[in-house]
Write a protein that binds this ligand. Structure first.
Ligand SMILES: Cc1cc2nc3c(=O)[nH]c(=O)nc-3n(C[C@H](O)[C@H](O)[C@H](O)COP(=O)(O)O)c2cc1C
Length: 300
C-alpha cells in the first residue's frame, strides 16, 4: 500500500503536504497541461494586489551559485480582474486554490480579503515581499498583527500568513497567530543583491532582490525548526526545497506541509518527483503515514 501523505491542518485536510509556492507557479494553468494537479496539497497563486501592477524593470532574475535572485515586483492583473476572469477557470483545475495577496497597509489587506470569494481554499497574506520599491519587507510584529487582524475581520476561511525570514520573525509569527492566523508560511526570500561589473552598478533597478533556491535551505529550515518550537498553529515550510528528502527534513523539523518555488523553474515536473521521492522514502522505512514522523527530529 502507498504511504498516506495526507496531512491535517486546522480546518482542512491536504491530499499531500507538497504545495506550489506563490509567484513560481503562475495560476497553475500551464502546469495543469503537464500533470494532474490533484496530487498537490494546494496551489498558491502569484500574489495579487488591489490595483494591477506592471512590476519592476528588467532584469528581474539573476542566477547565483545554488540560488536565484528575483525582483519581479508583484506584476499581477489586480484582484478584481483575477476574481472575475481567472479564478473561475483556476477553480476547475481540481486542486485547492490558495489566493496570495499583498497590501500597502492593514486597510488594504482588509479590502483584499473582502473581495475573495468563499470558494477558495485559503487566503495567504504576503507580509514579506522584498521587491516592492520604497517598501521594507521587514515588518514589526505590531504591523504584522494589524494586517492579520484586518484580513481576519473580513475573511472567515482558512488564513495563512507568509512571513519574512528577516527581522523579528519569531515575534512576527507569534503576533500573526494571536491575530487569528491558521498557519504560518515560513519563509519568503532573503534580501540579496548582485553587482554588474561591466556597468559598475547593481544588477537590479531596485538594488535589492529576493534570494531563493537551494542556497537558502539550511536557513529556512532553521527558522521552521525554531517556529515549530513556539507556535501552536501549523507551520508550512518553504525555502530551497528541491527533493523529497529536502521536504522530509522540514516535516521532521515539525512542519505540517511544505511549499516549493524555485524548483519549478529548475524542472517543471519537480513537484511530482518530490512527492514520489517522499513516498519512496516512507515506503523504504515502513512508515505508513507521514503524520507519524512530523517533528521526529526535534530535541525532546
Ligand atoms: C520568481 C519568483 C517570484 C516570486 N513571487 C512571489 C510572490 O508573488 N508572492 C510570494 O509570496 N512569494 C513569491 N516568491 C517567493 C516564493 O514563493 C518562496 O517563498 C521563495 O522563493 C522561497 O522558496 P524556494 O526557495 O522554494 O523558491 C517568488 C519567488 C520567485 C523565485
Amino acid at each position: 500500500m502507498e504511504p498516506d501523505l495526507s496531512v491535517g491542518l486546522r480546518n482542512w485536510r491536504l491530499a499531500s503536504p507538497v504545495i506550489a509556492a506563490a509567484g513560481t507557479f503562475g495560476f497553475g494553468e500551464e502546469y495543469a497541461e503537464l500533470y494532474d494537479l490533484a496530487i498537490l496539497g494546494a496551489v498558491v497563486t502569484k500574489t495579487l494586489t488591489l490595483c494591477p501592477r506592471a512590476g519592476n524593470p528588467q532584469p528581474r532574475l539573476w542566477e547565483t551559485p545554488c540560488g536565484l535572485l528575483n525582483s519581479i515586483g508583484l506584476e499581477n492583473p489586480g484582484i478584481d480582474a483575477f476574481c472575475q476572469e481567472i479564478l473561475p477557470r483556476v477553480l476547475r483545475l481540481g486542486v485547492p486554490i490558495v489566493v496570495s495577496v499583498f497590501g500597502d497597509d492593514p486597510e488594504e489587506y482588509g479590502e483584499l480579503a473582502r473581495r475573495i470569494p468563499p470558494n477558495v481554499a485559503a487566503l495567504e497574506l504576503n507580509l514579506s515581499c522584498p521587491n516592492v520599491p520604497g517598501k521594507s519587507p521587514v515588518l514589526a510584529p505590531t504591523e504584522v498583527a494589524a494586517r492579520v487582524a484586518a484580513a481576519r475581520a473580513s475573511w472567515s476561511g482558512e488564513l495563512w500568513v507568509k512571513i519574512s525570514p528577516e527581522g523579528d520573525y519569531l515575534g512576527s509569527a507569534l503576533a500573526a497567530q494571536d491575530a487569528g492566523a491558521d498557519a504560518i508560511v515560513a519563509v519568503n526570500t532573503f534580501r540579496g543583491m548582485a553587482i554588474d561589473l561591466e556597468r559598475r552598478a547593481p544588477v537590479f533597478a531596485n538594488v535589492m532582490a529576493g534570494l531563493s533556491g537551494p542556497a537558502i535551505k539550511p536557513l529556512s529550515l532553521r527558522i521552521v525548526y525554531e517556529l515549530c518550537g513556539v507556535l501552536h498553529i501549523p507551520v508550512i515550510g518553504c525555502g530551497g526545497i528541491t527533493s523529497g528528502r529536502d521536504a522530509l527534513e522540514f516535516i521532521f523539523a515539525g512542519a505540517h506541509a511544505v511549499q516549493v518555488g524555485t524548483a519549478n523553474f529548475l524542472h517543471p515536473l519537480a513537484l511530482p518527483r518530490i512527492i514520489r521521492e517522499m513516498q519512496e522514502y516512507l515506503r523504504s522505512q515502513g512508515i505508513r503515514n507521514i503524520e507519524e514522523v512530523r517533528g521526529c527530529a526535534r530535541k525532546r
